[in-house]
Structure formats: C-alpha cells, structure tokens
Design a protein around this ligand. Structure first.
Ligand SMILES: [Zn+2]
Length: 243
C-alpha cells in the first residue's frame, strides 16, 4: 500500500471505529433485521404521568397516545425502569413560586437557566400518578426525581446541578446493563436529558421516537433537542426497529 493510501485507510478505519463505538452500535444490528433486546438492555419509561398527558397541568400534546405502544415495547424487555417527576409543592421550577413570573419564562438559579413550569407532579398528588392504562407490572425500579426543592431534574441520572446523582447509574451498572432504550415524556426535556446523561455515564443509548411526545418550546425546541442528542451519540430509532 502506498504511504498516501495507507494514511487514508487508517483515517477511514479510525472514523468507522469511532462510529461503531457510539452512534453506530445499533445501526449494524438493525441493518441485519430487527434488534432483539437482551438482558444487558434496559427500557426506561420516562415520566408517563397524569400531569403530562391531556387534562394534566403540564400536558404534552398527544402524550396519552404513547401508552399502548410503551406497554407493548415493555414486554420486549426483561429489564424495565420507570421514572416519576416528584416535586415538593414549593418547587423552584414552578412559576407560581416566583413573583411576576409566568410559565415557560426562565430564571437564573445556582446551576444556570431554569425554565418555569405550571405546578406539576407534586409528591403524592393524583397528577403525579402514572397515566391511566400504563401497564408494566414487571418493571423493577421506579426512580423519583426532582424532589429537592431547589434543584430540578429532567434527567433520570443526574439532577439539573449536573452533580447530584439519582442512583440510577449505580443500579444499572450493578445489574450489568450496557444499553438504555428510552421513551416517554417529553422528548425534548426529560427523555432527551436522560438519554444524554446515559451516554455520559458510559451506557449506549437509543430514544424510541414514536414512543415519545415533545413539548417543542418556541417551535424549534424539539429539533434542537434531537440535534444535541445525536451529537452526543444517542441513537434516534423507531419502535419498528425492535423485535
Ligand atoms: Zn418537573
């Protein structure tokens, strides 16, 4: 091989290896047909709660539509974890706690910019319950998050201060889990942040797009979230990719 060709080959090989190591991991399996989840995979069902579906205080458009699909996807996985947003009644993320502020405005807090929301998912209230029809009896863990008054937690791995762990990383590692498949509400907040943090914690991660619904703040938030997820090595897949 000529020196020029050799260098070009090495560059291409390095690129292919980088792809296979992160974003490409599922492509190969899907290219060969559907992917069958193994005992190294976990399905993380994010925040499918009454407050986040139509009729709830922070309803995600068509959020209820994903419930039957999530139920059927869950049956494909031996390992399922569910999450619940679980706030104090006076939580920092509630617009009601800040004079003159309205939902969807932002404030600055110790860990950066915080979007303000309508009151939602208050601990022990009906709105914090799982959505009607969600039926995953074999789920082994429910992670509750956002329970510190002064810190929000979109991610189910790390609170919004980017320091405080929820404990999920340890649970998954101790159980030998390598790959996280995520679905739920909302794509561009709790699902997306969780998927990015799954990657940061060393797991492979895929978001099942048709088993999520987004909020899409400002009309562009959803696509921006996908862009960031993909840039961090999160796979964007459809439920049809799973056997
Ligand atoms: Zn919340």
């Amino acid at each position: 091989m000529h020196e020029h060709d050799r260098r070009r080959f090495l560059k291409l090989a390095a690129g292919a290896a980088a792809t296979a190591g992160s974003a490409g991991w599922l492509s190969e399996a899907i290219a060969q047909g559907k992917y069958t989840p193994t005992d190294k995979d976990v399905f993380i069902v994010v925040d499918v709660q009454k407050c986040f579906i139509p009729g709830g205080s922070l309803a995600v458009d068509k959020g209820d539509e994903i419930v039957p699909l999530i139920n059927s996807l869950a049956k494909k996985f031996a390992n399922v974890v569910m999450t619940q947003d679980w706030h104090t009644a006076d939580h920092v993320s509630f617009a009601s706690q800040h004079d003159g502020k309205k939902p969807f405005e932002t404030i600055q807090v110790a860990y950066g910019t915080q979007v303000l929301w309508p009151d939602h998912c208050v601990q022990g209230t009906e709105g914090a319950e799982f959505a009607p029809g969600l039926d995953i009896p074999h789920a082994t863990l429910v992670i509750r998050k956002g329970y510190h008054r002064d810190v929000d937690s979109y991610s189910t791995f790390l609170e919004a201060d980017k320091k405080t762990p929820t404990g999920l990383t340890g649970y998954l590692r101790q159980r030998g889990i390598k790959r996280c498949f995520l679905a739920g509400l909302a794509t561009d907040f709790c699902v997306g942040w969780s998927a990015i943090d799954a990657r940061a914690a060393g797991f492979k991660a895929a978001v099942i797009e048709d088993a999520c619904r987004g909020i899409n703040l400002g009309g562009t938030g959803l696509e921006a979230a996908w862009k960031e997820m993909v840039a961090k090595g999160v796979r964007r897949i459809q439920s049809t990719a799973l056997a």
